[in-house]
Ligand binder design. Sequence first.
Ligand code: ADP
Ligand code: MG
Length: 227
Amino acid sequence: MTALVEVRDLVKTFGEGETATRVLRGLDLTLVEGDLAALLGPSGSGKSTLLTILGTLMRPTSGSHTMLGEDMTSASDAALTEFRNRHIGFVFQFHHLLPDFTALENVVFPTAVNKGRETREARERGEDLLRRVGLGNRIHFRATQLSGGQKQRVAIARALMNQPELVLADEPTGNLDRESAGQVMELIREINETEKTTFLISTHDEKIAAACKRQIKVVDGKAVAES
Ligand code: ADP
Ligand code: MG
């Protein structure tokens, strides 16, 4: 299988001198196409730091990072922004939906901003995605009219809008009740299965971790394969 993402000897240090915190300490990780991996580790172990770097939102202190064969560490900020928009989707613990916008507007808006306009194709894809995440009857509901689980499903549809190869999810079910968390994970599995989208999901939830195809743990700033 082709490597989608590869990081080698990844180091991330925050601060300098005596107050410096070395969070990632020579971490190696490979994600292949179609991966569905849980990212585990106690609070403060560096999961969000790793996801932020893999999402090209922050640069590592040292080490190599390639995605789709391209070197992320030497790319300009502008090139990274373009790359990110095309290839990477994000889901966070808090849905970050615009409250007064409808489900559809929330899904389509980021793409519309990037393109400078909202196209009919984008609207159709947005509607299609909302149906896929089980919200076909909520397309024109405002975010404030949706439950927590429904909002997180809108956030997943939004992350998938540009057909990214990689979706990075940082505790996506951390704010949901058990049943909604299960439904969100079920949806992620289905998308992974049908679209071969690669997912890396940080979580503290054993059930969510077990529903992934493999588990990776951050221990002492390094990635340890659990299975
Ligand atoms: P996790 O997501 O596993 O809980 P994080 O990646 O958020 O862990 O944080 C790992 C460590 O890095 C923590 O000690 C945190 O305080 C520190 N850290 C994260 N971001 C910053 C930052 N921007 N500046 C300084 N320290 C940070
Ligand atoms: Mg975190």
